[in-house]
Design a protein around this ligand. Structure first.
Ligand SMILES: [Zn+2]
Length: 202
């Protein structure tokens, strides 16, 4: 890992990405920043723990094989049919057992990784990172390895105090899972950044 961009990306602290993921959650503005970060750290740890348990049982197996062996299907389609509504989605997990990958977006980011020769992803392809993220959602849905995520409940402040299950926490856990499983040197949210900037940082 030596280029300027590698160092720049690796220096962005996790809490920045946690807040980025929180910003897409409808509960975000009702939860105090300190509580957002505390719960994000708890969620990230659940993702890391799930990854460690998988690594312990299956070293050197490709992410695609892991997913298929777990009974989940991977489908690849050119683009998201709802792309006007959600321009930055790479893939999604659909219950009970399907991961759909939007190939045009993934390959756009992959081309950028290759052009810039980024080392921060530890030779993982954009597709592997995205698959690892979605695999966590599958495991979470099945209730395997991820017990605990549904127990993180946070109190949102407003006129009423209410306990919510925030979607941001599942995203944070899935990102931490992918990062740990593939031994990435940076937060996987960087793929979003690359897609948003369309491969142009200048
Ligand atoms: Zn996700």
């Amino acid at each position: 890992m030596d280029g300027y961009l590698d160092r720049y990306l690796a220096d962005i602290p996790d809490r920045v990405w946690h807040e980025y993921l929180w910003s897409h959650d409808r509960h975000c503005h009702r939860i105090e920043p300190e509580l957002r970060e505390q719960s994000a750290q708890a969620a990230a740890w659940i993702g890391i723990s799930a990854s460690r348990r998988i690594i312990a049982g299956h070293s050197a197996v490709s992410i695609k094989n892991l997913i298929e062996a777990a009974g989940c299907r991977i489908e690849k389609v050119p683009d998201d049919p709802l792309k006007q509504l959600r321009p930055y989605l790479f893939a999604e997990f659909e219950e009970p057992d399907r991961i759909t990958v939007y190939e045009e977006r993934v390959s756009k980011v992959q081309q950028f990784l290759e052009k810039e020769r980024l080392g921060v992803f530890n030779n993982s392809s954009a597709e592997e990172i995205i698959l690892a993220h979605e695999f966590f959602h599958f495991l979470d849905y099945e209730g395997k390895l991820t017990d605990g995520i549904s127990r993180i409940r946070i109190t949102a402040f407003g006129k009423l105090k209410l306990h919510v299950r925030a979607s941001a926490l599942a995203e944070i856990a899935a990102m931490a899972f992918a990062r740990d499983l593939l031994a990435l040197n940076v937060h996987p949210c960087i793929l979003d950044l690359i897609l948003v900037h369309n491969g142009s940082f200048s």
